[in-house]
Design a protein around this ligand. Structure first.
Ligand SMILES: *[C@@H]1O[C@H](CO)[C@@H](O)[C@H](O)[C@H]1NC(C)=O
Ligand SMILES: *[C@@H]1O[C@H](CO)[C@@H](O)[C@H](O)[C@H]1NC(C)=O
Ligand SMILES: *[C@@H]1O[C@H](CO)[C@@H](O)[C@H](O)[C@H]1NC(C)=O
Ligand SMILES: *[C@@H]1O[C@H](CO)[C@@H](O)[C@H](O)[C@H]1NC(C)=O
Ligand SMILES: *[C@@H]1O[C@H](CO)[C@@H](O)[C@H](O)[C@H]1NC(C)=O
Ligand SMILES: *[C@@H]1O[C@H](CO)[C@@H](O)[C@H](O)[C@H]1NC(C)=O
Ligand SMILES: *[C@@H]1O[C@H](CO)[C@@H](O)[C@H](O)[C@H]1NC(C)=O
Ligand SMILES: CC(=O)N[C@H]1CO[C@H](CO)[C@@H](O)[C@@H]1O
Ligand SMILES: CC(=O)N[C@H]1CO[C@H](CO)[C@@H](O)[C@@H]1O
Length: 793
């Protein structure tokens, strides 16, 4: 690769740098060595520290991958492979031949893969290095081949991507064949992510661009966990992962995943020591932010998801591909691969027999690709009739602007929108199939009722009866005795009946928690990605305005962030107001933090990062700014992977406490409430910053903000004590007996400084949550906080 470019000398020097540093630690693999793929045998060549191994990994029954993986962790995560989609059978062999060629052969002796040596010289040994680089070197230790120069989908610290190099996403999580996405540093110096003309690997559409004006020379992944594009002068053009993590504390990797997102992952090296082994790989940073919206329509290709499906971001910010009603996944194991019609399509010879089909509505969904006809200024009903009668029409898209698009199969670039103009998709489905949705069933019932009414009205003999029925109808509608289940409000938010929730919670049997104006129950319901739900029953509601409630639900439903507990649905029926959330298996931060065993310092810092990011999102990034008003450990929940997820957001407005400022109506909880609540100052997002500051101190010290049982009176109020310790430069007092935190005392101090900034009496002095988040993560410096927080006005 080097010889093709004018700056080859520079490149060779760069390549040699890590080698010379590590050359003493080689464990040489000599000419004539080989490894054989054997079932349930993990013979491999490991690096001197044991961190990486090179050898065969069994991927499925009888299929082996020649790979490099992290060998010190139970997951054995693969970072490179030679034979990707072409798994080899048991008995295959990788050998360093005596003539210096390095090859993979199948049991019959046929060559499957061979290292393409560059430069002059003959290979005299091979070595698996501690960086994760596997090298073939000559007598004088010049590398003639290295796995770092031939990346598959992953890069590791000290690895670079140079001009002309690329990463290919795999087909699915466990299928190492080339997939649909590509990252490349082009010869014009632009770094891009693009879709490919699948199954070929050639690029189709760029969906992310690091730099617009060329000039890129190399992508660097350094030992501090920063990944950036730099120019020839070593100036940083753009950070790709800018959060950072020290390689001495974490195993790290960055991978272009099969869903098209480039993610940086970290894995604590001391995993399990203080944590009970609960952590694993966690995402540090990723691009692009929202792949569903980044991949825009082109003349060919399917978009972020496969054909006929549509894309939306899941709760964990991962794209989810969903089949429309009446369609089923092509590959049940890989939702990215698109959907097929699960019914017999309309027969164009069938005359005008449109009866066996109906249109199912998908609000806020659009497939920009697949148009074959467009009408403007037409009523929606007209559009529906045209689509039903037209055997080519698979779906119609309409909006409130009286526009109508006719779509043919396959539908492409499907996406769920959130700033729509009343856009909705109408999917044509055959009636006599079992896929008829509940929503549609109810719609039909309603139209039958309308039909009966019309019939009755046409006969004067039934006038009295008509009046009676009409009255009942009005009452029926007003009291909303039954609401159609499955109705979608905003984004994927379901409206549920009280009965359904009664059933799901087994008549509100298992109570998860109780607050001032609500009780939370555990339940089982097939909704969202999981079957477990948490149902929150609002006991006290200040607002009984129907529309306001709906509007609030739809606003909360539109928020979507990996550090928020996602609202999945709600029930608004007669006097019942219930909210349905994802179930969080690891309970609240309060029980985690103040429980019997102290969570590790690393875990606590991760929770601080997560909470800060979630709040920053609520304050600055989502469409309608949301002030939480009640940040406390009871409202921070922990999911399966112990990621912090903020719950109960968006309720402040519903409970109307932001307008009444009497002491009793303060929504916040004592100890976490910002001083301006008690004064006649406006309540802003800064009240959350205050509460976060208190929470951060609790995270640092693993104790409650107010604790009467301490020996020293001065330590009763955590905020005051922390300030004293900071002022007297005795940080270690705050984390006594916490070895891990003591080791990281500089960070402890930094966190305390941030907390002191957050709890300033003057809201204007408190930083924004975005800034707090950046300071916590070390992206920006933390200035020294002003004097004692309470001394300001
Ligand atoms: C091996 O490398 C040469 C030159 O670097 C290139 O022309 C050739 O296509 C490569 N072969 C394979 C199989 O990659
Ligand atoms: C190693 O040997 C090759 C020829 O075999 C030569 O081209 C190269 O410059 C040598 N490298 C070093 C570092 O001596
Ligand atoms: C590995 O092989 C090279 C070349 O033969 C030699 O210079 C070096 O000392 C060897 N290293 C070890 C640890 O055996
Ligand atoms: C992986 O996906 C490719 C492409 O669809 C397919 O041809 C291949 O059979 C799959 N491999 C495995 C092991 O499932
Ligand atoms: C890529 O780089 C070139 C300059 O080398 C520039 O002209 C072009 O506009 C850049 N952008 C894209 C999207 O290719
Ligand atoms: C990695 O890059 C970041 C950002 O440029 C820098 O602050 C840090 O010192 C670098 N670390 C190493 C080990 O080079
Ligand atoms: C890189 O450095 C050279 C010479 O020092 C200078 O002429 C050039 O403008 C610099 N390029 C960039 C992108 O800064
Ligand atoms: C033959 C061999 O090395 N087997 C090992 C494979 O890995 C497991 C777990 O790492 C070991 O328990 C086996 O001994
Ligand atoms: C989902 C479903 O039941 N699809 C069926 C629709 O009807 C055709 C034949 O009429 C079946 O082949 C599909 O499996």
């Amino acid at each position: 690769m080097a010889s093709a470019y004018p700056n080859s000398l520079y490149l060779i020097l760069l390549c040699l740098l890590p080698v010379s540093v590590l050359s003493q630690t080689y464990k040489n693999i000599t000419l004539g060595s080989s490894l054989t793929a054997v079932l349930n045998d993990n013979s491999s060549w490991t690096s001197p520290s044991g961190e990486f191994a090179f050898g065969f990994q069994q991927i499925e029954t009888g299929g082996f991958l020649l790979a490099i993986w992290f060998d010190n962790i139970p997951e054995k995560t693969i970072v490179w492979s030679a034979n990707g989609g072409n798994l080899v059978k048991q008995g295959s062999k990788v050998q360093l031949r005596t003539d210096g060629q390095f090859e993979l052969i199948d049991p019959k002796g046929q060559e499957v893969w061979m290292a393409n040596l560059s430069g002059s010289g003959i290979v005299s040994y091979a070595a698996m290095l501690d960086t994760g680089n596997f090298v073939l070197a000559s007598q004088n230790s010049t590398n003639l081949w290295e796995s770092f120069d031939h990346p598959t989908d992953t890069i590791l610290p000290t690895q670079t991507i140079s001009i002309g190099s690329s990463l290919h996403a795999r087909y699915s999580e466990m299928n190492y064949s080339s997939g649909r996405f590509l990252m490349r540093l082009q010869s014009n110096g632009n770094l891009t992510l693009s879709t490919v003309h699948f199954p070929l690997g050639s690029p189709n559409t760029d969906y992310w661009l690091a730099n617009n004006n060329g000039g890129g020379f190399q992508v660097i992944f350094n030992l501090s966990g920063y990944i950036y594009l730099e120019d020839k002068n070593k100036s940083i053009i753009r950070f790709i992962a800018s959060i950072g993590a020290s390689s001495s504390d974490f195993y790290q990797r960055a991978i272009l995943e099969y869903d098209g997102i480039f993610r940086q992952y970290v894995y604590p090296r001391n995993n399990g020591v203080t944590d009970g082994g609960t952590s694993g790989w966690s995402t540090r940073d990723y691009v692009p932010d929202d792949i569903c919206k980044s991949i825009t329509m082109q003349s060919t290709g399917s978009g972020a998801c496969g054909f006929n499906s549509y894309c939306h971001l899941g709760n964990d910010q991962r794209p989810t591909c969903t089949c429309p009603p009446g369609y089923s996944p092509l590959d049940p194991d890989n939702e990215m691969m698109g959907c097929k019609q699960a019914f017999v399509p309309q027969d164009c010879d069938g005359g005008q027999d449109a009866d066996p089909f109906y249109l199912s509505e998908l609000p806020s969904v659009n497939w920009p690709g697949g148009d074959y006809e467009y009408f403007s200024s037409v009523p929606e009903d007209w559009c529906k009739q045209v689509c039903l009668k037209d055997c080519f029409c698979a779906a119609a898209i309409v909006n409130t602007g009286r526009e109508c698009w006719m779509k043919k199969i396959p539908l492409s670039y499907g996406v769920q929108l959130n700033d729509d103009f009343g856009t909705k998709a109408l999917i044509k489905i055959r009636k006599d199939n079992s896929t008829t949705s509940i929503a549609n069933g109810l719609k039909e019932q309603k139209s039958t009722l309308n039909l009966i009414l019309t019939m009755l009205l046409s006969s004067s003999a039934f006038l009295n009866l008509v009046l009676l029925i009409a009255t009942l109808w009005v009452v029926f509608r007003k009291r909303r005795i039954t609401r159609p289940s499955g109705e979608i409000q905003g984004i994927g938010l379901r409206s549920l009946t009280y009965k359904e929730l009664e059933g799901a919670t087994n008549n509100f049997k298992e109570e998860l928690g109780k607050g001032a104006c609500s009780t939370v129950y555990k339940g089982i319901l097939a909704i969202g990605n999981n079957n477990l739900i948490a149902v929150k029953r609002l006991d006290k509601m200040v607002t009984d305005n129907e529309q306001e409630f709906q509007a609030e639900m739809s606003a909360i439903g539109k928020t979507n962030h990996k550090n928020l507990v996602q609202l999945l649905g709600f029930c608004n029926e007669e006097q019942h107001r219930l909210l349905v959330y994802e179930y969080m298996s690891n309970g609240s931060l309060a029980s985690y933090l103040f429980g019997n065993s102290r969570p590790s310092w690393y875990r606590r810092t991760e929770i601080a990062f997560g909470t800060a990011r979630g709040l920053a999102y609520l304050h600055e990034e989502c469409n309608n700014q949301i002030i939480h008003c009640d940040i406390k450990p009871q409202n921070i929940l922990l999911d399966d992977s112990l990621t912090a997820r903020i719950s109960d957001f968006g309720l402040a407005k519903l409970l109307k406490t932001d307008q009444t400022r009497t002491l009793t109506a303060i929504r916040g909880t004592k100890g976490y409430v910002a001083p301006e609540w008690f004064k006649s100052k406006p309540v802003t997002v800064k009240v959350d910053v205050y509460s976060f500051g208190i929470l951060l101190l609790e995270l640092i010290c693993c104790r409650k903000s107010f604790d009467q049982d301490v020996d020293d009176q001065n330590q009763m109020i955590l905020a005051d004590w922390a300030y004293d310790c900071y002022e007297e430069r005795r940080m270690y007092m705050l984390v006594q007996e916490d070895e891990e935190a003591i080791q990281d005392i500089e960070r402890v101090e930094k966190f305390v400084m941030i907390a002191i900034w957050c709890i300033q009496d003057d809201p204007l002095l408190r930083p924004t949550m975005k800034r707090v988040s950046q300071m916590l993560e070390g992206v920006i410096e933390v200035p020294h906080p002003p004097v004692n927080p309470h001394s300001t006005v």
